[in-house]
Design a protein around this ligand. Structure first.
Ligand SMILES: NC(=O)c1ccc[n+]([C@@H]2O[C@H](COP(=O)([O-])OP(=O)(O)OC[C@H]3O[C@@H](n4cnc5c(N)ncnc54)[C@H](O)[C@@H]3O)[C@@H](O)[C@H]2O)c1
Length: 428
């Protein structure tokens, strides 16, 4: 079997490797020529994906990358893993899906399966994508070609998260579409979870991410309440999670980050309006979570104030630019919001991240492009008035940090269990 995977990013690349590993030949399609070149030379551009795996499959011919969408005619199935961001008005931007649909439609043939994996609102697959594919190919979904939705459940940075063993939701446009989808994914994924429609599959993914967003908001709010009462929320979560049923731990932080949790819930909010429905939990969680950076920066102010210093004129180091521990992904990272707020209040801001040595140019944060991570050494770290821990990377030596830095504001409980001087660490 030969398939194509469109969009070779954090989702598409590991999925490609899993299919290749399972004996399915994969044609990787992307619009980024730098990625195509890198992959065809067997080089990874994602920290947690080994180059050796890519090189092995390129060499054996099980994987190749290309920009040539006409090669769709070689494959039995196409899986689409392109970005689904929000636009500047925080509305869904499905233009990447639509553009992919336009690129592949002229090359569709009878019997081919098209699966969308990008997280999106219910109706994207059977309304928006179907319309583009049908008009560009002259073929009909469910009759001439198969159509399905199957959400990705990647957990970047978690070494125990393996594409092959994470159960995969699949929803087809018709029962035949579902059968075809089972046949393709069944080659590479151990457990398939069929649902009744593309929409049910789209809604499942959104529910998973909305659940996270709301529970993170809950612990963020409890952090504020308990801190005011002199109670350590981290201690409380550790205690509560000993309950063997009915509780699941979530952890507070400096704000939401990444490609999914800050964005996906608002895909549902937008679509719900069409049905005159409100999504109050989603809005409230968004409000609480987006207020977190402001709270953390206020704690930096308090920590400096205790030393008779102000944010204005102080040297502040943000430790961790990636949005979560042990990854090199800085998309939607709250660290950028923290840096902006601190700079706005007059601080001189630097960052340290072992996985982001230099900030790449992005649409969201053009002002930081080219800024380099400081080096990890005593002289550098002790020169900052305060270090703000925004990401808890496992490879950072927090004991050394305690020796080097006079003042630490910790939004991740990274300093827990490390001996520090009285008043040196401020939880935020
Ligand atoms: N990263 C995650 O952990 C994660 C987890 C679950 C779901 N998702 C969802 O998966 C989707 C993809 O996310 P990602 O993190 O892999 O994004 P990404 O930005 O890492 O990768 C997307 C890739 O698509 C390519 N691309 C863009 N437009 C294209 C087009 N028209 N044709 C072909 N290629 C195109 C880009 O060049 C890029 O290589 C999103 O909908 C996201 O919400 C991501």
């Amino acid at each position: 079997m030969k398939i194509a995977i469109v969009g070779l990013g954090y989702v598409g690349l590991p999925l490609s490797l899993q299919f290749a590993r399972s004996g399915v030949s994969v044609l990787g399609l992307d619009v980024d020529p730098a990625k195509i070149e890198s992959l065809n030379q067997g080089r990874s551009y994602i920290k947690h994906i080994e180059s050796s795996a890519i090189a092995e499959f390129v060499k054996s011919g099980m994987f190749s990358a290309s920009e040539d969408f006409s090669r769709i005619k070689e494959v039995e199935a196409v899986i689409i893993c392109v970005p689904t961001p929000l636009n500047k008005n925080r509305e869904p931007d499905i233009s990447f899906i639509i553009n992919t649909g336009k690129s592949i439609a002229p090359h569709l043939h009878k019997g081919i399966l098209i699966v969308l994996e990008s997280t999106t609102y219910p109706g994207t697959t059977d309304e928006d994508l179907r319309a583009v594919l049908e008009s560009g190919s002259g073929l009909k979904a469910g009759t001439d070609f198969h159509l399905a939705f199957s959400p990705e459940r990647e957990d970047p940075g978690n070494p125990n998260s393996k594409v092959a063993v994470i159960p995969k939701i699949i929803g087809g446009y018709t029962p035949m579409c579902l059968e075809k989808t089972k046949g393709v994914y069944g080659k590479a994924i151990k457990t398939l979870v069929p649902v009744s429609s593309c929409r049910a599959a789209e809604a499942t993914k959104l529910m998973e991410n909305i659940f996270r967003s709301i529970n993170i908001a809950l612990v963020n709010e409890l952090k504020l309440v308990y801190t005011a009462m002199g109670i350590d929320v981290w201690e409380v979560i550790e205690a509560a999670k000993t309950k063997p049923f009915g509780f699941m731990p979530f952890y507070p932080g400096p704000g939401l980050g990444g490609h999914c949790i800050p964005i996906d819930p608002f895909y549902l909010t937008w679509k719900a309006r069409e049905y005159v429905q409100n999504t109050r939990f989603i809005e409230l969680a968004g409000e609480i979570n987006t207020a977190m950076p402001e709270y953390v920066v206020n704690r930096v102010g308090e920590a400096l104030n205790a030393q008779k210093k102000a944010i204005n004129g102080s040297k502040v180091l943000v430790l961790g630019l990636a949005y979560k521990a042990d990854v090199d992904d800085d998309r939607e990272s709250p660290s950028y919001v923290l840096m902006e707020l601190l700079k706005h209040r007059g601080a001189s801001v630097s960052y340290y991240d072992p996985y982001v040595p230099v900030i790449r140019p992005t649409r969201e944060h053009p002002q930081w492009a080219g800024t380099k991570s400081v080096d990890w050494n005593h002289a550098t770290f002790s020169s900052f008035d305060v270090v703000l821990i925004a990401t808890k990377h496992g490879s950072v030596n927090y004991r050394e940090l305690a020796e080097w830095s006079p003042c630490i504001v910790d939004s991740r409980n990274a300093m827990s269990g490390i001996s520090t001087k009285k008043g040196q660490v401020w939880k935020a």
